[in-house]
Design a protein around this ligand. Sequence first.
Ligand SMILES: [Zn+2]
Length: 231
Amino acid sequence: MTTLYPQVVSCVICGAENECTFLGSTNSFGSPDLDYRPAGMARYTLIYEVQTCVNCGFSAPAISDDFKEYLTKIKTGQKEQLNKIKEIIASKEYKELLNNEFFPDFSNSFLASSCILEKIGNYNSAFFMAMKSAWIADDNDNINAAQYSRNKALKLLDRTTDDFIDNSTRLLLKIELLRRTARFEEAEKLINQALIELQSDENATQLITYQNRLIYKKDTAVHKIDEGMMV
Ligand SMILES: [Zn+2]
C-alpha cells in the first residue's frame, strides 16, 4: 500500500510556500529492472520524488530545509552552495532545462534537479535524478527524453562514489545504459572488459551474458534482472 500526504513547505532558496505531496511509504515487491528501477508500487511513485518551487523554479528531491542533507556537511560551505544555486536557477540555461516543451514535465524537474546537484558536486544524487528522469520518459514513451537522460546519467555515473555504487554494479549499469541508448559497440567493448573483471562473480557473469544476448539482437527495451538470472 502506498501512502501519500500533503504538506506546505517553504522553499529553502526563496522562502515561498509550496504545497507538496509526500510519500509516506510504498513497496517494491518483485524483480527490479536491469537498471535497478524498482518493481511494485515504488515504480509508480516517482513523481513524488522531485519537487519544484512554484515561485523560483528550484528543483530538488526536497525543496525545504531538508535539502541541506544534499549539501556539504561544512556550514560555511553550505551557504556558498545555496548562493551558487540561486545563480544557477536564475540562468537562462536552467530555465530552458526546466521548461523544455519536448520533454515530460517531471523529466524536466528531475533533470533540473540533477543539473543543480551536479554543479554543487553531489554526483551521487545527480546521477540518481537523471535515472529517474529516464524512467519518467520511458513511461511517457518519450524516446528523446529517455536517451538524453540516460546519456546524462552515464556521464554522472563515472563520478559517483564507491560507497554509493560499488564497482561491479557500476560496470553492469554502464552496460545497461549503453544498451538502452543503442550504443551497442561501446556496450560490447565494456562486456568484454566486464567478463574479465567480474569473472569471479557468478551473478554478474550471468547478467553480462544476458546483456550480450540482448545487444546481439539490438534490443533496447526494458528487461528485468530476473529474466537475466533465468537464462
Ligand atoms: Zn523557491
